[in-house]
Design a protein around this ligand. Structure first.
Ligand code: 0O2
Length: 248
C-alpha cells in the first residue's frame, strides 16, 4: 500500500490489513477460531470424564491462541511462501494453537491417546520432545491434528497444533522464550547452558513426582533410588498405545 509523505510517495506495506479487509482471510481466521473451540471442548470433556474415573483432574490449565496476522505474514515471508489463504492452510500448522498443561507426564500421554483415538480427529504429525528433548532442553509433546468444524455450508477439517507440557516444562519454556527474544543479552551461552541443565533436572523431577503420586494412589512403597527415576519414566513410555508409538 502506498503512503503519502511530505517528500512524495513512499511505498509502505500494511499487509496485516488484508486479514481485516479481505473476506477470505477473515473467514479463514474464523474457521481456525472454531477449530480452537472444538479442541477446547474436547479437552474439557476428557478432563471431566477422567476426573470422575480417577478422582483428580489431569489438566491444570488450557491456553489457546490464534496466530496473529503479523506472525502469519512474518512466517510466510521467512519461509519464502506467497501469502494467500490457500497457502496459509496448506503450509502452516500452527495458526490455531492449544497448549494443555498437566501435572504429570503420564497424564500428557493419556490425554494425547484419548484425543487421537477419537474418530473425527486426523493425526497429521507427532513430535515427542519429551521422549527426545531438543538440544536446548525443550520438552513438550506436540500434535499436529486435523479437526472437523461444522459450518452452515458443511464440514471442514482445520489443522491445529496441540502442545502438551507439565507445569514445570511450561515454566521452563516461558523463561527460555525470554532468552530467545531478548536482544543483546550478556553471557547468553552460559545462561543457555544453565537452562539446559535445569531442563534435565525438571525432566527427572517430573518423573519422581509422578512416582510419588503412584505410591500414594496405590498405597505402596516404590524405592525411586533402586531403579532410578529414568526407569519409572520408561515404564509409562512402554505402556503407550501402538498408535502413538508408531507415529513418532
Ligand atoms: P509461538 O509464539 O509459541 O507460536 P514450525 O512450527 O514449523 O515453525 P518447528 O520448530 O518445526 O517449526 O515446530 P515445533 O518444533 O513444533 O515448534 C513450534 C512451537 O513449539 C514454537 O512456536 C514454540 O511455541 C514451541 N517451541 C518449540 N521449540 C521451542 C523451544 O526451544 N523453546 C520454547 N520456549 N518453545 C519452543 P513458535 O512459532 O516458535 O512460537
Amino acid at each position: 500500500m502506498a503512503e503519502n509523505t511530505e517528500n512524495g510517495v513512499r511505498e509502505k506495506e500494511y499487509p496485516e490489513e488484508i486479514f481485516f479487509e479481505d473476506e477470505r482471510y477473515r473467514r479463514l481466521l474464523m474457521q481456525y477460531r472454531c477449530a480452537i473451540l472444538e479442541l477446547e471442548t474436547k479437552f474439557h470433556v476428557l478432563n471431566t470424564e477422567f476426573s470422575l474415573q480417577h478422582n483428580r483432574n489431569p489438566i491444570e490449565s488450557i491456553k489457546t491462541r490464534l496466530k496473529s496476522p503479523h506472525s502469519i505474514i512474518e512466517k510466510m515471508q521467512r519461509r519464502g511462501w506467497e501469502l494467500s489463504p490457500e497457502n496459509i492452510e496448506k503450509k502452516l500448522s500452527d495458526v490455531a494453537g492449544v497448549r494443555v498443561i498437566c501435572s504429570f507426564q503420564e497424564d500428557i500421554y493419556s490425554l494425547a491417546r484419548m484425543l487421537t483415538q477419537q474418530d473425527d480427529i486426523v493425526v497429521v504429525e507427532i513430535k515427542d520432545y519429551i521422549a527426545s528433548p531438543k538440544p536446548n532442553g525443550y520438552r513438550s509433546l506436540h500434535l499436529i491434528l486435523g479437526i472437523p468444524i461444522f459450518l452452515s455450508d458443511g464440514k471442514k477439517h482445520m489443522r491445529a497444533e496441540v502442545q502438551f507440557r507439565t507445569i514445570a516444562m511450561d515454566f521452563w519454556a516461558s523463561l527460555e522464550h525470554k532468552l530467545k527474544y531478548k536482544q543483546n543479552i550478556e553471557h547468553a551461552d552460559m545462561i543457555a547452558e544453565e537452562l539446559r541443565k535445569c531442563a534435565d533436572t525438571i525432566g527427572l523431577v517430573d518423573v519422581r513426582m509422578q512416582t510419588i503420586r503412584k505410591m500414594i494412589d496405590q498405597n505402596q512403597w516404590y524405592d525411586p533410588e533402586a531403579d532410578g527415576p529414568a526407569a519409572a519414566g520408561q515404564a509409562w513410555r512402554e505402556r503407550r498405545t501402538p498408535r502413538s508409538g508408531q507415529e513418532e
